[in-house]
Design a protein around this ligand. Structure first.
Ligand code: UT7
Length: 326
């Protein structure tokens, strides 16, 4: 029986830092409000010439370098994003070209902030079935292009970045032990970009009315997120007969410090066993988990044989978890 195992990670964060104090000059907000309500201090903003595939390229190159692999040695590229280079073609194909990996299949996944977990679940299924043996899974976002910089309820939350992992086939009893993905489309309106798709075509009016930017009903999303994630993490551990004490690290999607603290609290684990970097990067949607994972690996917070739990919640609504034995 095959399992899939993460053999390498990489990430890329754009250079430009936008602090809460910078935002104070742009909208009616305060550093204190943003820190207390979200835990965010600053976020990164892509340069004008950087698109989602450029960030993805840097993160992917880092993961390939760490694995000692060339892009040609991959079997498949799966890329999660809601802020791709353009509606057509997929950002995964842009990345494939930049990686000079001609011929390798490549496609995008859109599951908003849960995108990386969704992408990982597809990659894991391909590997378990024996179809492919080495897959690049990327989460990349340039949310700053879809951010309404006049809307204080969203612009203080979001950031740009990319993270990548290389998943490889193993016969050992380690790697991804379980992945759960869920969705409830009844709540799509809580988090969406109204125009620019086939529902509402781009027009002068949609541009004037700022319909191409992310709209979020934050408080409603928050409440559902807390409830849903609390149940999800408990169920994931229970289904796999793992006690919370055995968990070395929780790597949550980085949306809000209060959501993350509630999830950790429900598991009965301290924040010392939670990977947190939203203070520096804000909410980078599909990129947040692979960025945090790369940072956890890079800083030696994950050792061989550790149990780690990934979890995410986002627009769709979508949510998911992945239990990994490193
Ligand atoms: O990424 C995956 C999906 N997204 C999430 O999981 C995000 C979930 N939501 C959240 O993280 C939180 O709901 C927010 C951080 C977005 C907002 O926090 P909240 O505690 O839910 O605040 P709220 O929306 O209930 O707003 C409270 C007050 C309002 O003023 P009034 O009506 O009480 O006078 C807002 O207008 O805070 C006001 N407010 C702000 N004030 C200063 C909203 N945004 C800001 C701001 N600065 N940036």
């Amino acid at each position: 029986m095959y399992r899939s195992r993460i053999i390498s990670t990489g990430s890329y964060l754009p250079e430009r830092v936008l602090t809460n104090f910078d935002l104070e000059k742009m909208v009616e907000t305060s550093d204190e409000w943003i820190r207390e309500r979200t835990g965010i201090r600053e976020r990164r903003i892509a340069a004008p010439e950087e698109a989602a595939s450029d960030l993805a390229l840097s993160a992917s190159k880092a993961a390939l370098r760490r694995a000692g692999l060339r892009a040609k040695e991959l079997d498949l590229i799966i890329l999660a994003t809601v802020s791709g280079d353009m509606p057509l073609p997929s950002t995964a194909c842009m990345l494939q070209k930049k990686l000079k990996a001609k011929g390798i299949p490549a496609f995008d996944i859109n599951a908003a902030c849960s995108g990386f977990i969704y992408a990982l679940s597809v990659a894991d299924a391909y590997i378990r079935s024996g179809t492919y043996s080495r897959i690049l899974v990327v989460g990349t976002e340039v949310l700053s292009r879809f951010t309404d910089w006049q809307d204080r309820t969203t612009c203080v939350l979001l950031g740009d970045g990319a993270g990548a992992v290389i998943l490889e086939r193993t016969r050992q009893k380690r790697g991804i032990l379980d992945i759960k993905i869920h969705a409830d489309g009844n709540y799509w309106e809580l988090l969406h970009v109204p125009a620019g798709g086939s529902r509402l075509q781009t027009s002068e009016e949609t541009v004037r009315e700022r319909q191409h930017f992310i709209k979020m009903k934050g408080n409603e999303t928050f409440k559902i997120a807390v409830r849903t994630l609390e149940r999800l993490v408990v169920d994931t551990l229970k289904d796999n007969n793992i006690r919370a004490e055995e968990l070395a690290l929780l790597i949550p999607h980085q949306a809000n410090h209060r959501i993350i603290a509630a999830t950790a609290n429900r598991l009965g684990i301290g924040l010392d066993r939670v990977m947190l970097n939203l203070d520096r990067y804000g909410n980078t949607s599909a990129a947040s988990i692979p960025i945090a994972l790369d940072e956890a690996v890079g800083t030696g917070r994950i050792k061989d044989g550790d149990y780690i739990l990934l979890e995410a919640f986002g627009g769709g609504l979508t949510w998911g978890s992945a239990l990994i034995k490193w």
